[in-house]
Design a protein around this ligand. Structure first.
Ligand code: DGY
Length: 330
């Protein structure tokens, strides 16, 4: 029996990769640099399934090049690189990996807050460069207990961050497009966006990237924040205007930033943000624990195999919009 042809455009953890290879004919891009667009279009022409990664754009052009395609899956909860409307138009279900990465991402978001507030990496530099015992200039951090954390984007990850913050004695407020009454039972109170900017001692951004959220932290928003505010972004780099953030950190408009995501990504080595002393940057590792990445890969393969078998995907972003009619586009 012919095996389904599947293209993988980036990494995929074992053992999910082997599970897929057993039942499908897998073509995998194995290089560190992103798959070139012309190669992707050529590979897509035969593909029945694609496992996408955030280094590729899935748009109408790609879908037009993929007449045999039945399903796209991606090992991420975010899908700003995927044009969902185009997938729906071509009758292609798109599967992502919500849920399984909640704890890991919330842990990372909260550890960025703790590490910044307590100057953990500055302490490590101080030890490593021989200043310990020689110099008294190790900067002090701040307490987080009793401070107000503002969470922007209250989904499952936001709720998990709120729980962690409450356990550390923080007062938690949040802003979300839709008020989330359920999450208020864990002690997070809703505030309008501008109020949150003005009163929060630390802000953690967790919104997905969309037309509405792109650039939602710019000069005006940083000016509203306290000069002692800590700003943490674990969502997507372009939610923040990088130049405005740089200026806010340089002029003391805000105190400190910790970023797991940047714009551009990766940040070039000589980027002015990396020359500042009031910043901590990690390389987009929100979900990067062994257990979580394995679970994300398993769910991605479950999504893909379900789509290849014409079954509902366990986690499908556009399931409600795929109809028999648009499934017949080809
Ligand atoms: C996600 O799941 O969206 C992570 O940011 C990985 O891209």
């Amino acid at each position: 029996m012919n095996k389904h042809k599947v293209v993988i455009t980036g990494g995929l953890m074992s053992p999910a990769l082997e599970r897929l290879q057993e039942v499908c004919d897998v073509r995998k891009w194995g290089k560190t640099e992103p798959i070139p667009r012309d190669v992707l279009l050529e590979w897509a022409s035969e593909a029945e399934g694609i496992i996408a990664s955030n280094t590729i754009i899935v748009d109408e052009e790609l879908l037009q090049h993929a007449p045999k395609l039945k399903v796209i899956a991606q090992a991420a909860v975010g899908y700003d690189n995927i044009e969902i409307e185009a997938c729906t138009k071509y009758g292609i279900p798109f599967g992502n990996t919500p849920g399984v990465l909640v704890a890991a991402t919330a842990d990372l978001a909260f550890s960025l807050l703790l590490c910044s507030a307590r100057r953990v990496h500055e302490g490590w530099d101080f030890v490593r460069n021989g200043s310990w015992g020689q110099d008294h200039k190790m900067p002090f951090g701040i307490d987080i207990a009793g401070k107000t954390l503002g969470i922007v984007g209250m989904g499952q990850i936001g709720a998990a961050v709120a729980q962690r913050a409450r356990a550390f004695g923080m007062n938690v407020i949040y802003y979300n497009r839709n008020r989330r009454h359920d999450d208020e039972s864990i002690g997070a109170s809703y505030q309008p966006f501008n109020t949150l900017l003005e009163v929060a001692d630390a802000i953690i951004v967790l919104t997905p990237l969309s037309k509405e959220t792109r650039g939602s932290f710019g000069r005006e928003q940083f000016q509203k924040m306290k000069s002692t505010a800590y700003f943490i972004n674990v969502s997507r780099g372009p939610v923040v205007d990088t130049d405005a953030l740089l200026e806010a950190l340089q002029t003391g408009e805000i105190a400190y930033a910790a970023l797991d995501v940047t714009d551009p990504e990766p940040l070039p080595e000589d980027h002015p943000l990396l020359k500042l002393s009031n910043i901590l940057v990690t390389p987009h590792i929100g979900s990067a624990t062994i257990e979580t990445r394995i679970a994300m890969a398993e769910l991605t393969v479950d999504n893909l195999l379900a789509g290849l078998a014409d079954k509902p995907l366990p986690a499908c972003v556009n399931s409600d919009r795929i109809t028999r009619k648009n499934k017949g586009v080809f």
